[in-house]
Structures are given as C-alpha cells and as structure tokens.
Design a protein around this ligand. Structure first.
Ligand code: GRF
Length: 197
C-alpha cells in the first residue's frame, strides 16, 4: 500500500476526496501526511479529523524532510498555491501529481490559479472547460497529462457556478488517477501517459 503525501494551501476538498478514496478503497493507498503552506487552511482540520498528520510548513527543504521521514511514495498537490522547486520535482520524478481546474494547455501557467482560471474561461467565451490531472515537471502546469474531463460552460455561468461544476470533476479524476498510480497502471513515455487498465 503506497504512502501518499498531500500538499495544500486552502479548503482541501480535493484532499477530502483523496481521504475518502483511501477509506472506501478506490485508492489502494494511505494519506500519511498533509502539509499546508497556510496555517489557517481548513484542509489541515480535515486531516486531523481523520487522524492524519497535519503540518503547517512553508520551507521547501523542511517539506522534503517531512516527505522522506514519512516514506511518501506519491506527492499530490491539491490546491497547493506555490511553485515547487526542481529539487523537489527531481526528488520525486513522475511521482508528483497536480490537479488543475482547466483543460491544460488552456488557462494555465503563470497567473492562472483558483478563481482566476474560471474568470479567464468566462471572459474568453469558451464553451467547454474542465479539469486536468498531470504529473509535475519543472514548469507550472506543463507536465505529462494523466486524465482530463470536460464540463459545459453555461450562458448564465459566473465564476462561482463554473468553479463548483469543475470542482466536482476535479475530485472524480483526481481520485481515479491516484487509484491508477497506486495500482501501478500508469506509464509515462516522454509527454504521453498510458493507462494500462
Ligand atoms: C480547486 O479548484 C483546485 O483545483 C484549485 O484550488 C481549488 C480549491 O481546491 N487549485 P481545494 O478545495 O482546496 O482542494
């Protein structure tokens, strides 16, 4: 059973989906530690409620130490708002998964995070949006894509409505992707990720 380390910065609904996935066995893994870059992140409370180690830490060297101490096999960035360094990326090559609330390569990269993503989609007039799960490489939101799922952008959508619709899909494809990783069913060949169901 793999040890999962989850990095967060906020409410932690994606973290909750991972915890639930481990508990209902759709993920053959356990969340060993949750590390937040914000002391007040509600995601830390979610971890504590499930007796999971919950740590507020901003220093990346200390984060790497905590991941090693907890023998983490898979790092998941779940609403984590900092760009991680090449040191952390290379320490966990193709073992860091990120969830992004758009269809990469659209509406991603510098300045596109949280609500700003959905505002960009609405302002552009896009007709579909969605979520992307990908492996993390040294740039922002550019690693090999594991899974994507679309949602309709409705004519009366505002950021709140679109964000809520995309968030549901984030939870779904993030838990599925982590489940596949924990079953060793993902292979990466350059930019392509193959799912061996
Ligand atoms: C989600 O849209 C996630 O993709 C983005 O932050 C939002 C909140 O995530 N990075 P969570 O509820 O903290 O998991």
């Amino acid at each position: 059973m793999l040890n999962i380390g989850v990095l967060i910065s906020g409410g932690g609904t994606n973290l909750q989906a991972i915890i639930d996935g481990c508990e209902n066995k759709t993920i053959n893994g356990r969340v060993k530690v949750v590390i937040s870059s914000k002391a007040e992140a509600y995601g830390l409370e979610r971890a504590k409620k499930h007796n999971i180690k919950a740590i507020y830490e901003k220093e990346e060297d200390k984060i790497i130490e905590i991941l090693k101490e907890n023998e983490v096999d898979l790092v998941v960035l779940a609403g984590y708002l900092k760009i991680i360094s090449p040191k952390l990326v290379n320490g966990y090559k193709n073992k860091i998964i990120n969830i992004h609330p758009s269809l990469i390569p659209a509406f991603c990269g510098k300045g596109y995070y949280g609500q700003k993503v959905h505002q960009g989609v609405i302002d552009y007039g896009a007709k579909v949006s969605g979520a992307t799960v990908h492996f993390v490489d040294e740039e922002a939101d550019t690693g090999p894509i594991i899974m994507q799922k679309t949602v309709e952008v409705k004519q009366d959508d505002d950021v709140k409505k679109l964000a809520a619709r995309v968030l549901k899909v984030e939870h779904e494809i993030l838990t599925k992707s982590i489940g596949l990783f924990c079953e060793d069913k993902l292979t990466v060949n350059s930019r392509r990720v193959y799912i061996n169901e």
